[in-house]
Every structure is written in C-alpha cells, then in structure tokens.
Design a protein around this ligand. Structure first.
Ligand SMILES: C[S@@+](CC[C@H](N)C(=O)[O-])C[C@H]1O[C@@H](n2cnc3c(N)ncnc32)[C@H](O)[C@@H]1O
Length: 339
C-alpha cells in the first residue's frame, strides 16, 4: 500500500507512540548548520520504529554509516546524480533526511514492514526540512522492494540497512523493534547459498528485486554490519549479478548487544559463519586515523590490522554479558547491476 505525503502528523500512532526532540549535531554529529534539513529535529516514533541513537552517533546507523556513505556517493557521482531516492526499511526516516542533506533528491520513497512506522517516517521527513514542497515523499508498506512496484518511476539510488539474523522461533516479529534485528526467512527465493551461511540473505533478496526498480544508471547502497570476512561479503553480493565497490568502511558499537550477538552465536551453532566482533577500543584505535571513505580504500589492510583483536562469537557474548563494550566493522557497499 502507498501512504502519500499529505498524511497528518501522528496519524495511525499505536500504543507506545513517542517523540524525540534532537538536533543535527547530537543525532548526526554534524558540525555547523545543515544545508537542506532543519538543525532542530523533531521525530515521532512508534513501538516498532528502530530508535535513533541521539547523542551517540557511534551507535547510530545513519550517523556512523549512511551519512558518510551518501557523502561518498555524492563525491563520486555528483550531488545531482539522484533524482529519486528510496530507502528500504526506513525506521524513523532519518536515513532519508541524510539523503536530502547530501544528495537533494526531488522524490524520496520510504518503505518499512509496519504501517505506522511508515506513516511517522513520512511525516518526520516532511516536518524536518525547511520547505517540504521541495521534496515529494511517498511511503510504502511491505516486504523489501515489493510495494515499490506501485511507484510509477524508476529509482536512482536505493539504500538499505536490513537485518541479518533469521528470526529464531522465540522471537515475535510483530513485537517492538524485532524486525530491526531479525527477519522472516519464508520469502527469500533465489538467494545464493553463501548468503545464508554469512547471514546476508535479506540483502541479496533485496538486490534480486532491485534490478527491475532501478533507473538505467541506478545503484543500491547496502549497509551491512561486517561480522563475516570482507571477501566473503563482497563475493556473496557479487554472486547476485551486481558489481560491488566499497563506499565506506567504518565501525559501530553493537546496539541491542545481547540480542544481536546471541543471534550470531545461534547461527554459528547451526553452521553459519564463522563470525567475529571486536572490543571497541581496538576498533577506535585502528580505524580512527581514517574517514570511512579513506578506510574503504584500505579495508583489507585494516581488517588484517584488526585480526589480532577479533572476538569469536562466544567471547563477544561473554564480553557483553560482563558489560564490556563490543563493536563490529560496517561496510557501505555500492552495488550496480551487471548487464
Ligand atoms: C536496522 S533497522 C534500520 C533503520 C534505518 N534504515 C536506519 O538505518 O537507521 C532495519 C529496518 O528494516 C525494516 N525491515 C526489516 N525487514 C524488512 C523487510 N523484509 N522489508 C522492509 N523493511 C524491513 C525494519 O522494520 C527496520 O525499520
């Protein structure tokens, strides 16, 4: 279904709807004034909305991954290379605000699995730009790119930061933010075998669908927590028929750590991986000399430099249970369909 951009603020809010007042410095770590979005940000959220980690950009996906990746994209392809931008699984809509700031698309399409998440995201985007008539914002509800077939045009840039972990039986995907970390494995036809082993299946399923949604020069940017070796991640994505290039290599403190690392422990027991995490101080030490864009050019070397500090999944799980901060590297991969 489609939710157009004339929806009222808060429409469809379920129990647990809440709001967050923040600003582009606290949320995105932006110094100075943003160019195309408001400096003060007001976000309406629901129980199902992936929570922006305001005041801690290193825990926030948009601040630490999407924004630098979209900046790199603008640097490589030009600030006016994207007329229509789409996010698959938008959460609060802050990834679209980052796209408006960096690439100024005239049309932004947002999707998520939960209707009220999409309603609020559309409204959050419109409310946090100085002139909402400058951007058409359309919301769509459904699995991956399926609802976007209702949109009449093609997409120049599709961004995704989808979950990696197949939902175990004890996880209720209808509850809280479960769909931010876990996914339903029932609708994943045609993904390569390595995608299951390295927990990249939803990203590959999205790439399979993207082919028919993209404009002739359109691309996908996949944001992926890199708990598998870099070469395996890129090989798996390439095997879907896309050319890939690293746009960014950075790190994040593991959010929802017990839930997520516990999920990796279970998947490794079932034959996945092997996966790895790192202590936060090692990530900060090794990666701090580089911007995400610079690190992308040195990613293999950085991965080797980090290897001596890597935690296997059990060590990482023990560390978070003790309260020690654990993180992981993240790749922002640009993917273009091979003809
Ligand atoms: C980790 S959150 C990312 C939110 C936001 N894009 C960001 O980067 O902060 C993943 C989002 O994807 C959504 N999602 C999960 N599975 C999905 C699917 N099959 N189709 C569409 N959205 C999905 C979740 O509901 C959640 O909002």
């Amino acid at each position: 279904m489609s939710i157009d951009d004339s929806m009222n603020a808060g429409a469809g809010a379920g129990a647990g709807a809440t709001s967050m007042e923040t600003n582009t410095h606290d949320l995105f770590g932006l110094e100075g004034c943003p160019q195309r979005i408001n400096r003060s940000l007001s976000l309406n959220l629901t129980d199902h909305t992936y929570l922006p980690k305001a005041k801690d950009p290193r825990r926030d996906w948009v601040a630490s991954v999407a924004l630098p990746a979209l900046r790199s994209y603008a640097a490589v392809h030009g600030e006016s290379s994207v007329d229509t931008f789409a996010t698959i699984g938008t959460g609060a809509g802050t990834d679209v605000l980052a796209a408006i700031e960096t690439l100024n698309p005239s049309t932004a399409l947002v999707t998520d699995l939960h209707e009220e998440v999409v309603e609020h995201a559309v409204d959050n985007i419109r409310r946090n730009v100085p002139d909402s008539s400058m951007h058409t914002v359309e919301g769509y509800v459904g699995h991956l790119g399926e609802p976007l077939t209702a949109h009449s045009g093609t997409i120049d840039l599709l961004y995704e930061n989808l979950p990696n972990i197949p939902a175990p039986t004890h996880v209720d995907l209808a509850a809280g933010q479960a769909t931010s970390s876990f996914f339903d494995t029932s609708a994943l036809a045609g993904v390569p075998a390595g995608a299951h082993r390295y927990l990249l299946a939803l990203h590959c399923a999205m790439l399979n669908q993207a082919r028919t949604l993209l404009s002739p020069s359109g691309r996908v940017v996949c944001s992926i927590g890199a708990r598998a070796p870099l070469t395996e991640i890129l090989d798996v994505l390439n095997s879907t028929g896309f050319d890939t290039e690293l746009l960014g290599y950075t790190w994040k403190i593991q959010s929802e750590p017990e839930e997520v690392i516990g999920g990796y422990v279970d998947q490794e027991r079932k034959g996945g991986g092997p996966f790895h995490f790192y202590p936060v101080d090692a990530l900060a030490r090794v990666l701090s000399p580089y911007s995400p864009q610079q690190a992308a050019g040195q990613a293999k070397k950085i991965e080797q430099d980090l290897a001596g500090s890597a935690f296997d999944v059990d060590t990482a799980f023990e560390a978070v249970k003790r309260g020690d901060p654990v993180g992981h590297t993240v790749v922002a991969v640009q993917a273009a369909p091979v003809d």
